[in-house]
Design a protein around this ligand. Structure first.
Ligand code: NAD
Length: 396
């Protein structure tokens, strides 16, 4: 194929950024257009730190145009994708009309999941992007600060909804920062009440029981109370409800999970929670010119048939495979199957500690500062879920 091909990549998250970086270096006659809503990429795996105030937005964001400034074959369009017309091969944008493509890479990412629970959207504070993380931080700080004049005990009560990775990592940063906040705003730290409410029967169930226990006990020792098998049924402005029990709090963090971008359903894909089960080479069924990667995709694990969890680690691996496949197609070749080997999982419990289950050169369970160090080392090698974008985007 000799004509210059137009590849449109949607979303500058981990998957989209990695994809464009790979394509920009490939030997193909193609123009690459990257569309993103914001001018910046943010490291979604570090949003909980911005929300707790242990990191600033500048620490976890990168200007997208700047990253690709030297790549003449890459054009960055800052606009919001509203719909994809798969029949006419066009992408509709909110402000600048539409874009046609020869090949599409859809990496539009995730949104907060409320499961339709009454009041969750209005009264819970999600952590899904920089704006929501900053809003959660402002709410937390304003509410704790207000206690000095309000003497309302609910101002010192915080409920974290769900006990997935985002909740647990947020709790770790929160308990780390609280002593400084108490000093700054003059509230009694011993009166602060933190409840974490989880529908499932276990906390940190993805780790081996001994390691999970260590993590749970660490957070409990810092004042967190866990409530398992407690499904949230309603969120009121000042309380979280699970059937007949109410947990009063003036700060309610909503971290019960994510689904894919609403553009997926709006564009008529065969989806579930805005995620599309892709073919084994990461293309969309019936759309040979389209790849779907990152949190909008669902990939069955061939070993057990279950879908892989949506993580930064898998997004990066998908981008590498899809980029190779796309380059091969443009050059008249065939595609290969996506194969994923997890290198492990790290869950931070604040900036200085955590737990980790690593599968590199054997199997390792780490806890405490060693896990924190491993997180840094792993990030530098851009291999695990907390891959550092600076390393990830380096050119070879
Ligand atoms: P999640 O889906 O992993 O966790 C959400 C939790 O909320 C679940 O435990 C679920 O049982 C609970 N929940 C759902 N509805 C509830 C209800 N009504 N009442 C009470 N509890 C309820 O979501 P997440 O933590 O946002 O993570 C999203 C993805 O990102 C996951 O795949 C996760 O592995 C990944 N992630 C990984 C890391 C890491 O590896 N360090 C960090 C952050 C996120």
């Amino acid at each position: 194929m000799n004509d210059m091909q137009k590849i449109v990549v949607l979303g500058a998250g981990y998957a989209g950024m990695r994809m464009v970086k790979k394509l920009a270096k490939a030997k193909i006659d193609a123009q690459i257009v990257l569309v993103n809503k914001n001018t910046y990429h943010y490291q979604s795996t570090e949003l909980h730190e911005v929300a707790a105030g242990t990191k600033e937005p500048a620490d976890i964001t990168f200007d997208v145009k700047q990253v690709f400034a030297k790549k003449r074959n890459v054009q960055v369009v800052i606009d919001e994708v509203t719909k994809i017309d798969q029949d006419t091969k066009t992408v509709e944008l909110k402000d600048s009309g539409s874009l046609s493509y020869d090949y599409l890479v859809n990496a539009l990412g995730f949104e907060s999941e409320t499961f339709g629970i009454k009041g969750a959207e209005e009264n819970g504070l999600p952590l899904i992007d920089i704006d929501t993380a900053l809003a959660a931080r402002k709410h937390l700080e304003d509410t704790l600060k207000r206690y000095k004049t309000s003497h309302d005990e609910n101002d010192l009560k915080i409920v974290v909804c769900g006990a997935g990775f985002t909740s647990i990592e947020y709790l770790g940063e929160l308990v780390y920062r609280l002593p400084d906040l108490a000093k700054e705003y003059g509230f009694p730290i011993d009166k602060v009440k933190i409840d974490c409410i989880e529908a499932g029967p276990k906390i940190l169930g993805m780790f081996e029981p001994k390691l999970a226990d260590w993590g749970v006990k660490f957070l409990e020792s810092k004042g967190v109370t866990f409530h398992v098998s407690t499904p949230i049924t309603e969120v009121k402005p000042n309380a979280v409800v699970s059937n007949d029990t109410e947990f009063p709090a003036n700060t309610i963090i909503w971290t019960t999970g994510v689904h894919g971008s609403h553009v997926i359903a709006d564009s008529g894909y065969d989806e579930k929670r805005n995620r599309v089960v892709v073919e084994d080479d990461l293309r969309v069924k019936g759309q040979p010119d389209q790849f779907l990667i990152g949190d909008v995709s669902a990939v069955p694990n061939p070993d057990n048939g279950r879908l892989y969890p949506t993580t930064a680690q898998i997004s990066i691996a998908q981008a590498d495979c899809a980029a190779e496949n796309l380059v091969s197609l443009i050059n008249g070749g065939t595609t290969k199957k996506f194969v994923f080997k997890s290198l492990g999982t790290v869950c931070s419990l604040g900036p200085k500690t955590g737990i980790a289950s690593i599968d590199m050169m054997g199997h390792w369970n780490l806890k405490g500062w060693l896990a924190a160090v491993s997180k840094k080392m792993i990030a530098d090698r851009s291999t695990l879920e907390l891959a550092d974008i600076r390393t990830m985007l380096e050119t070879d």
